[in-house]
Design a protein. Structure first.
Length: 273
């Protein structure tokens, strides 16, 4: 494996990685930063183009990093060894794992979202916190969601905290970005019912049939779903709250609803459905 060595904090490649922490910079260049073995390997596996990779073997946590680096180098990714101090400066995490890469963002269009008969979909409206969005992607992957539509986004899906919280599920879950009207039109055109999660109903989430084509729709923690989704959705369900708190974290609520759908479907993967 061929690689270069970087020993200066003032190297332009190092400065570039640090600048990509800024959302405006990421979106202008259509580039993002991946950190850690799991994120790099899953990004590569699911079609992300990794342009540059930096490594500090002193920070590796396992034994497979060099094999991954060789694979990336053979695919055309530029590889450079840096000191642990430089990699720590480049890293978004407090405890970096010795691998950082610059990857090209992918476009996420509704027209590319797969339709599956009796599919399970997730719609998230105006999610603000990167950690919540990442956790929702992770749950979507685990529950076998066929597609995830992010509506009226308030956070950058390629924010490093989204990628980290998703543990790479950002790359494996079929994803589209759209406004509410576009998303509703796509769902209706495919005969997919919409199920809105809200505290303003008596119908429990366990009392509805989630085995046919359905999209679970969730909103922000503070204000919930917009009037658009509340008025347009086919079904409304509530997750009962038995204590003093009146709502759940949106990522937690999403997981509960998705796993109820997965339970009703017999925990069958999308490939087998």
């Amino acid at each position: 494996m061929e690689y270069t060595q970087i020993t200066s904090f003032h190297n332009e490649a190092v400065k570039h990685v640090v600048k990509l922490r800024d959302r405006v910079k990421r979106e202008k260049e259509q580039l993002t930063v991946l950190e850690g073995y799991r994120e790099l390997s899953r990004g590569s596996e699911y079609g992300m183009t990794l342009k540059e990779c930096f490594f500090a073997p002193e920070l590796f946590l396992g034994e497979n990093e060099f094999a991954l680096l060789a694979q990336l180098a053979s695919s055309g990714c530029r590889v450079a060894q840096v000191t642990p101090e430089i990699l720590t400066k480049m890293a978004y995490r407090e405890r970096p794992e010795g691998l950082i890469a610059i990857a090209t963002m992918r476009r996420h269009l509704l027209s590319d979202l797969p339709f599956r008969e009796n599919g399970l979909y997730l719609v998230a409206e105006a999610v603000e916190k990167p950690g919540n969005l990442g956790s929702m992607l992770r749950s979507a992957d685990a529950a076998g969601v066929d597609g995830f539509i992010l509506c009226d986004k308030r956070t950058d899906i390629y924010n490093p905290n989204v990628i980290r919280a998703s543990t790479g599920a950002l790359f494996s879950v079929p994803l589209a970005e759209a406004d509410g009207a576009e998303a509703m039109a796509w769902l209706r055109s495919h005969g997919i019912r919409t199920l809105a999660a809200t505290p303003h109903t008596d119908q429990k989430y366990t009392d509805v049939d989630l085995t046919s084509a359905v999209a679970i729709v969730v909103g922000t923690e503070q204000v919930g779903l917009s009037d658009f989704w509340m008025d347009q959705s086919d079904l409304k369900v509530v997750i009962p709250m038995l204590g003093r708190i009146d709502s759940l974290n949106v990522a937690t609520a999403t997981t509960i609803l998705l796993y109820e759908a997965a339970r009703q479907r017999g925990f069958v993967s999308p490939v087998a459905r």
